[in-house]
Design a protein around this ligand. Structure first.
Ligand code: 4IP
Ligand code: ADP
Length: 401
């Protein structure tokens, strides 16, 4: 064999072994990804890597959210839910792949800021600045007004509202010219405190004098006593119906005086009033038509992107006068997910996506330092399936249309 043929053959052999290596490496990476926690992980596919999700929650939240069923399911998928000890500096705890938190107060915020500065790779659910927007009822709903989502048959918006900062303005005739009674008076601050949930239905002008600024005065919109709660967990969306405040008719408004305070809808709906009791008895919550899922999903997706939040819910009512017009009245960070059906599976899938996205980023040359981006999560698939008719949707599915 001539030297030329020999070197040609050698080059061919080298090329073959190079291709073999590349194929083997890709296959190994593929198997590793699947094996580490494919969604339907079997006994044979036990996760080989473990991830730590630290959680910093108030006792009530910890109690409702950290159920053994969630902890177990997550553990089986390689995710350990680890309590963060609030009596010890955060800096001394961990390591965590991800921190889940819902705590108010400057001390926690300072600790979290310092921790994330020193541990750039840790995903924080969610960033403090993004959550803070929801602690003020004006900035909370402003994001809804600014959403640019295609609206066809169904439309959405927010109720007309103004904010009052001083007592004097409450008695000023001009202040309220833009609003129609009845109104609902809500504390401007929505920080989870008992005070921030204390509201009043204001039927007439004299009822305003009892309100304590800073207060948001919002038009009360008749909505048939049904509220739609839309839970968002990353790219997963689920809508449920709940009992809300009863409608206030024109005739009833004439007879009602001043205002009535409440701090939980259940206080007002568990009524002694015979007429109102009848209202709830004949309301048939189960029969109330759900808003179209694609519509809700578009709003959820828009809000998630605009707010840069992964864990929240929003409350929507349907204006009975218009029929297909919806109003967003409230957005909550990290709501009571345990009340959402199959919350364990939904949250476990979400954590899985988060930690694997992060770990894949770190494996690759393009490791991100700023947590999981919205775009990265856009590609995650969430749970599949039959839930769609029950008010379940995945934002990923919207993207495919
Ligand atoms: O308003 P809705 O949609 O009903 O959701 C509420 C609010 O999100 C509460 O948060 P906030 O008080 O900040 O408004 C939250 O309390 P926590 O944050 O104390 O958990 C409740 O969680 P659960 O108590 O877990 O149900 C949750 O059910
Ligand atoms: N503009 C509105 N029109 C009609 N009902 C409303 C309106 N705003 C709030 N509500 C009723 O009052 C309840 C509490 O209001 P919300 O803003 O959600 O307070 P919180 O932040 O304390 O949960 C809602 O669940 C709904 O039943």
């Amino acid at each position: 064999m001539s030297p030329v043929s020999r070197s040609f053959l050698k080059a061919l052999r080298d090329l073959r072994s190079y291709i073999f290596c590349v194929v083997a490496r890709n296959r190994e990476q593929f198997c590793r990804r699947r094996g580490r926690g494919a969604r339907a992980s079997s006994m044979a596919e036990q996760p080989t890597s473990r991830f730590a999700v630290g959680y910093a929650l108030a006792p009530k939240k910890r109690h409702s959210f950290i159920q053994p069923s969630l902890v177990e399911l997550a553990r089986g998928r390689g995710i350990d839910l680890v309590p963060i000890d609030l009596d010890r500096p955060l800096a001394e705890q961990g390591p965590f792949d991800c921190i889940l938190h819902k705590l108010y107060g400057e001390a926690w915020k300072a600790q979290l800021r310092q921790y994330t500065e020193r541990n750039r790779g840790v995903v924080v659910l969610d960033p403090l600045e993004a959550i803070e927007r929801l602690h003020n009822r004006i900035s909370m709903l402003q994001v809804v007004s600014e959403l640019r989502v295609p609206q066809e048959k169904e439309t959405f918006g927010i109720p007309k509202q103004i904010v009052i900062y001083d007592q004097f303005a409450l008695s000023e005739a001009g202040t309220l010219s833009a609003l129609r009674f009845p109104l609902i008076a809500k504390p401007l601050v929505a920080d989870g405190s008992a005070k921030s949930h204390k509201m009043a239905l204001v039927y007439h002008r004299d009822g305003l004098l009892k309100q304590k600024p800073p207060v948001v005065l919002q038009e009360f919109v008749n909505h048939g006593g049904v509220i739609f709660k839309v839970y968002v967990v990353g790219d997963y969306v689920r809508c449920v119906k709940r009992k809300s405040l009863p409608d206030v008719s024109e005739e009833k408004l004439e007879c009602l005086e001043g205002s009535v305070s409440f701090s939980q809808v259940s206080n007002l709906t568990a009524t002694e009033d015979r007429e109102e009791r009848k209202y709830y008895e004949t309301m048939h919550l189960g029969e109330a038509e759900m808003p179209p899922l694609s519509f809700i999903t578009e709003i959820a997706r828009g809000l998630r992107k605009a707010m840069k939040l992964h864990l929240f819910n929003f409350d929507m009512i349907r204006d009975t006068k218009v029929g297909n017009h919806y109003l967003v009245i409230d957005i909550n960070y990290f709501p009571g997910y345990a009340k959402m059906p199959s919350y364990e599976a939904v949250l476990t899938d979400f954590f899985w996506d988060i930690v694997h996205q992060k770990s894949d980023d770190q494996l690759g040359s393009t490791a991100k330092n700023d947590g999981v981006s919205n775009d990265a999560l856009e590609s995650s698939t969430g749970n599949d399936g039959d839930g769609r008719n029950m008010g379940i949707h995945h934002l990923g599915a919207v993207k495919e249309r």
